[in-house]
Write a protein that binds this ligand. Structure first.
Ligand code: SAM
Length: 271
């Protein structure tokens, strides 16, 4: 079992870290030379990679708006929240409902430092150290328990994180533990890199493997298992641009890189 007092990996600027590579690909400033080197290799191999990364942020925004506006969710837990960027989950949610509660959890100490600085004046949003490989520790964290009402539906966001867990970490069991803790009527959003016969999938996989911690591309059928007994909401588990697109959502016909990841939302039925 992990040390529950310190789920954070120590900060090591000599090793590339996914949160900071992702920040670089989003044109952020919170990254080191080693992260930029990996980011540049990704762009050299898949020149439209940044379009894929922006599409990931965009679908996260569409899901958050949908959950808060249409599904009536008033509390969100975002695991693997990443470094703060231009439009963050709490800002998107609180534009719809001002006091929507948000919990960010991440295992990168840099993410925590930046999130806490951003949230200094925000009482509806907190950031906690948490590792998806120990979901029970996140569920039992006293700040997490206190910040949301565990008798009311919660929106759990697992955006761009499950593919960093190899099968040996039993991601199916980890999502099951989280789903079991959620009240009925809760929603779970998953964004995941897709193992497909698209040539771009193999290229992206190779460059990601060479530069950072392991990433596991999975097939739709494999990703579907992470929803367990949840009801998959329309339009199902589908490539990112096809999940409730906005008028300005870029299409996979024009940008094939957008076929390399899928998104879906499940709802926990009544017991
Ligand atoms: C690619 S970023 C995604 C950020 C954001 N969710 C999004 O989609 O825009 C992945 C994030 O997951 C975090 N992460 C990776 N493995 C994790 C784990 N086992 N537990 C918690 N966070 C993790 C990384 O630190 C990083 O911030």
């Amino acid at each position: 079992m992990k040390d529950r007092q310190s789920p954070l990996a120590p900060l090591d600027p000599s090793h590339a870290h996914v949160s900071r590579i992702y920040d670089y690909l989003l044109d952020g400033k919170d990254n080191y030379a080693v992260d930029r080197a990996v980011g540049d290799r990704i762009i050299a191999t898949v020149p439209t990679a940044q379009i894929g990364v922006r599409a990931q942020r965009a679908v996260l925004g569409r899901v958050v708006r949908h959950l808060v506006k249409e599904a009536g969710i008033r509390q969100l837990i975002d695991i693997g929240s990443g470094l703060p960027t231009a439009d963050n989950v709490h800002q998107i949610a609180q534009r719809v409902v001002g006091d929507c509660k948000v919990i960010y959890a991440d295992n990168d100490p840099v993410v925590l430092t930046h999130a806490r600085a951003l949230l200094a004046d925000d009482r509806a949003t907190i950031a906690v150290a948490g590792d998806l490989t120990d979901p029970q520790a996140i569920i039992d964290d006293p700040d997490v328990r206190a910040h949301v009402d565990w008798d009311k539906p919660i929106g759990l966001l697992l955006c761009g994180i499950l593919h960093y867990l190899p099968d040996s970490e039993n991601p199916r069991e980890l999502t099951e533990t989280l789903c079991a803790a959620l009240p009925s009527g809760s929603y779970v959003f998953i964004h995941h890199l897709l193992d497909s016969d698209d040539p771009g999938s193999a290229e992206l996989r190779a460059v990601m493997r060479s530069g950072m911690e392991s990433s596991t591309f999975r097939t739709k059928d494999q990703i579907l298992t992470f929803f367990g007994n949840l009801e998959l909401m329309p339009p199902g588990l589908i490539i990112v641009p096809e999940w409730r697109p906005d008028a300005d959502t870029l299409s996979a016909e024009k940008y094939p890189v957008l076929r390399l990841a899928c998104a879906g939302v499940g709802r926990k039925p009544s017991a």
